[in-house]
Design a protein around this ligand. Structure first.
Ligand code: SF4
Length: 459
């Protein structure tokens, strides 16, 4: 099966590679994009990609620190890599990048002597000189990087349209880790979209911590898009005439303007799929979270979305057990999930994150209570999600082929339909053996299990 691989040919300027680098990425799609950017810079500077750490001269771990559990996972992954490296015969320096160094920078060198260098998110564009320094590469002149491109493998590419966040939700450390909100200029996004589409990508997923306010911090005059609605149209027009899907994730409820609803409804490439992490429905809890809105406003918003974009798929997030959340507020949130009929809901138990206001609030729930409420929310999310998935049985739709999965019955082709966001919703298991990654097949859904669908290829 052919693989779509963006040829980053800049390394051709070097006769021999300076070394090879092994990458581990933890956390969300935004981190995948950051790793891809570092990999591009390093490829351009003459460093190859190692498939195994045993073949590498240096390893990069791009970490997540969204929750305490994500920080622990990042540190565990780094330490187990260090153990693996220690068992080998060659010295392989480890560079820890991303959110953990951004959040705990000053404390880390003493805590993690196994790590050779720490690189914060805002320092990642300087990754080449960090790696050069560790591997003793001396260049006569600064690295000339004529064109840094994405190195996407597969049919789907995440496109970061902003970084940072200005909302300062009281439970969230992201604004302290990633900094204030910065929209990425349209000229950069357009170049990346062109490049990705030319390389055969079939779905562009626009991401950022708060995509709905894209453009607000950019000049409002001149040509080009000035808000998210216009950006979706501009991305779609840039991708044409190729057959490409455009999806946007991580919107806040206030970001759903008339113009945005119209853009999603009326632009053929833009999928009628919306991801609005509400976190809670009760006005009192939302206020304590430093978020706005009320149950009535959220009810009105989702009713309107369902009315104006029939068949729209809606994903959300419930942060369970926020300090002071009463049993009645938890029950109201469950009832809200039920009547809205979310297709997909991520459920997180509140965790008191260092440096956030919510960590210091009174009314912290005990762990057993949080666990019980989280389980109830997950059970409901699953029953709604499984039913929403089963409702697609009998429908026909396009499916993008993503790859092969090994099963007890041998290799099986896997893809996703427009109503399944890559990497987080379910997949479609196809009944053909021959297709290429990135092929778009016409499929009839014949069965479902959990969030998964079985697809009969009809064209
Ligand atoms: S919107 Fe709130 S939860 Fe999301 S990244 Fe910003 S501060 Fe965190």
């Amino acid at each position: 099966m052919p693989r779509i691989f963006k040829d980053v040919s800049m390394s051709q300027q070097f006769e021999d590679a300076f070394g090879s680098i092994y990458y581990i990425t933890l956390g969300c799609a935004k981190n995948e994009v950051d790793t891809d950017r570092m990999r591009s810079l390093l490829l351009a500077a003459g460093y190859e990609v190692a498939d195994e750490v045993s073949e590498a001269d240096l390893a990069i771990v791009n970490t997540c620190s969204f929750l305490a559990s994500a920080t622990e996972e990042s540190i565990e992954a780094t330490l187990s890599l260090a153990e693996e490296v220690a068992d080998g015969v060659r010295s392989v320096p480890i560079v820890m990048c991303g959110c953990v160094p951004s959040r705990y920078g000053a404390d880390l060198p003493a805590e993690l002597p196994e790590v050779a260098a720490f690189v914060r998110t805002d320092e990642e564009d300087g990754i080449v000189s960090v790696v050069d320094g560790l591997l003793g590469v001396h260049r006569g002149a600064p690295v000339f990087v004529p064109e840094v491109k994405r190195t996407v493998e597969g049919a789907v590419a995440y496109v970061k349209i902003s970084d940072g966040c200005d909302r300062f939700c009281s439970f969230c450390a992201i604004p302290y880790i990633r900094g204030r909100y910065r929209s990425r200029p349209w000229s950069e996004i357009r170049e990346e979209v062109r490049d990705l589409v030319d390389s055969g990508v079939r779905e562009l997923v626009l991401i950022g911590q708060d995509t709905g306010i894209w453009g607000e911090d950019l000049p409002q005059e001149g040509p080009g898009p000035h808000n998210l609605a216009q950006l979706l149209v501009a991305v779609s027009e840039t991708a044409r005439p190729e057959h490409v899907w455009v999806r946007v994730l991580y919107l806040q409820p206030e970001g759903m303007t008339d113009e945005l609803i119209a853009a999603i409804r009326d632009t053929p490439e833009v999928l009628p799929y919306i991801d609005i992490p509400v976190q809670h429905c009760c006005g009192r809890v939302l206020k304590a979270m430093n978020r706005s809105g009320s149950e009535e406003e959220l009810d009105a918003l989702f009713a309107r979305l369902r009315r104006e974009i029939p068949g729209m798929i809606i994903r959300t997030t419930y942060l369970v057990g926020f300090p002071g959340e009463t049993e009645e507020e938890h029950e109201r949130m469950l009832a809200f999930m039920d009547r809205t009929g979310f297709d997909y809901t991520s459920v997180f138990a509140f965790s008191p994150e260092d440096g956030t206001r919510a960590a210091r609030m009174e009314g912290q729930l005990d762990e057993d209570e949080k666990l019980e409420r989280t389980q109830a929310a997950m059970d409901l999310a699953e029953s709604l999600g499984f039913a929403a998935t089963a409702a697609h049985v009998g429908e026909q739709a396009e499916v993008i082929v993503d790859g092969v999965e090994e099963t007890d019955d041998g290799p099986e082709l896997i893809g996703h339909a427009w109503f399944q966001a890559p990497d987080c919703d379910g997949a479609v298991h196809l009944d053909v053996k021959e297709a290429a990654v990135g092929d778009i097949l016409q499929v009839e859904f014949t069965d479902s299990f959990c969030y998964e669908l079985v697809g009969h290829v009809i064209g």
